[in-house]
Design a protein around this ligand. Sequence first.
Ligand code: AMP
Length: 214
Amino acid sequence: MNIILLGAPGAGKGTQAKKISEKCGIPHISTGDMFRETSASGSDMGKQLQSFMSAGKLVPDDLVIEIVKTRISRQDAVSGFLLDGFPRTNGQAEALDKALKASGRKINKVVSITVNEEEVVKRLSSRRVCVSCGATYNLMSNMPKKNDACDSCSGKVIQRADDNEATVRNRLEVYREQTSPLIEYYKKSNLLSEVDGMKSVDEVFKSICEVIGK
Ligand code: AMP
C-alpha cells in the first residue's frame, strides 16, 4: 500500500507515520528527516539544505523530487511506502504520479491530518527532539525523564532550529499557500480522507487505521 500523510507542520505526521509504518510493515519516508541527516553531515549540500530549513522555506522541487524518486525505487519500498512531508507542492505531486506510473504503481490513499494553527504554534515551540533516534518530546506534556537526555537512547534532546515561533509561523504560511492546494488535488482523484489531529495520539492513530482499512 502506498500512502501519503498530509498536514500542516506540527499536525503529528511524524508521530503517526512511525506507528503506521510499523503496523503496515512499510518504510516511513520523511523528506524532512532525510534533509536533516544530510544537513548534519556538514557537506555543502547539507549546508544548502539547512539554509532553506532554518528559514522555514521549501527546498526547490527539482532537488526534492530526485531524492524521493531514488528513495521509492529502492527494494524496500517496492511493495509499499508511507510518505511524510512529501509532496508539498503541485509540481511534486505531479512528478510523483508520473514516477509511480512509470513503474506500474500508484498512490492508494492520502490521509490529511487537520489541526488548529494556534495549537500548532504552541505544540511546535515546545517540541524537543532526540538528535540520535528522532524521538519527540514536549515541554508541556511529555518531558524527557532526565532533562536533556532521551528516555530511549540517552541521546541529546534539543529544539529543532526551525521550531522557534517566527519560523513556525513562516512554515504555516508556506503550508497554506503551497501545500494545502494538494487537498483539492487528491480529493479530485478520490484518494483523500481527513482525520482530526486535535485528538490524542492514540485516537488519531485509530482514525487513520480505519481510513486505510488496517
Ligand atoms: P518537516 O520535517 O517535514 O517539517 O520538514 C522540515 C523542512 O524540510 C521543511 O520546512 C522544508 O524546509 C524541508 N522540506 C521537507 N520536505 C520538503 C518537501 N517535500 N519540499 C520542500 N521542502 C521540504
